[in-house]
Design a binder for this molecule. Structure first.
Ligand SMILES: Cc1cc2nc3c(=O)[nH]c(=O)nc-3n(C[C@H](O)[C@H](O)[C@H](O)COP(=O)(O)OP(=O)(O)OC[C@H]3O[C@@H](n4cnc5c(N)ncnc54)[C@H](O)[C@@H]3O)c2cc1C
Length: 132
């Protein structure tokens, strides 16, 4: 490992500001910590976004679902709204990675492989929005 600093984002506005200043978001850590351990990734500042209120799955007016960026893969797969409205999404999540990873990994980063997410705006709230 190497020296780095870590801050905890108090709200989404602070998280976005920190990201714009070069901070790297830490959600479930399943990818980032692993890559840091191998020194593939060497961020100078981590911004812990784990406490942000982004864990809701809500129905949208047009019959879709809005999934918060910090919803864990396992929680999304088990959610009745996801299972009923988009069973293929639930099934895909259940087949992803391993049970340990699904219990930690968040939707905000999921689906894009193991590199950094594109842009800082995803932290803002809703990572995935599916429309029926
Ligand atoms: C062994 C293994 C198997 C895997 N298999 C699969 C698989 O089958 N399918 C699949 O989809 N993925 C798979 N992954 C990748 C997995 O989806 C990601 O590891 C996980 O979703 C990352 O979520 P996290 O919360 O742990 O992200 P972290 O490790 O905390 O962050 C990963 C990256 O995303 C950025 N990030 C995190 N949250 C946000 C946010 N809200 N906004 C902006 N940027 C953000 C971080 O800054 C970092 O660059 C696998 C990973 C491993 C290690």
């Amino acid at each position: 490992m190497y020296p780095f600093s870590c801050t905890k984002a108090a709200d989404t506005r602070a998280a976005i500001a920190a990201g714009q200043q070069g901070g790297r978001y830490l959600a479930g850590g399943t990818t980032l910590v692993d890559l840091m351990r191998e020194t593939v990734e060497r961020p100078g500042t981590l911004v812990d976004i784990g406490a942000l209120p982004l864990r809701d799955i809500t129905s949208t007016a047009n019959g879709g679902l809005r999934i918060g960026a910090l919803v864990r893969m396992a929680d999304a797969a088990a959610d009745p709204k996801v299972r009923n409205t988009y069973p293929v999404v639930a099934q895909a999540l259940e087949l992803s990675a391993s049970a340990q990873l699904r219990n930690m990994a968040t939707i905000g980063r999921s689906g894009g492989g193991r590199g950094p997410a594109v842009g800082t705006q995803r932290v803002q709230g809703r990572a995935a929005q599916a429309h029926g």
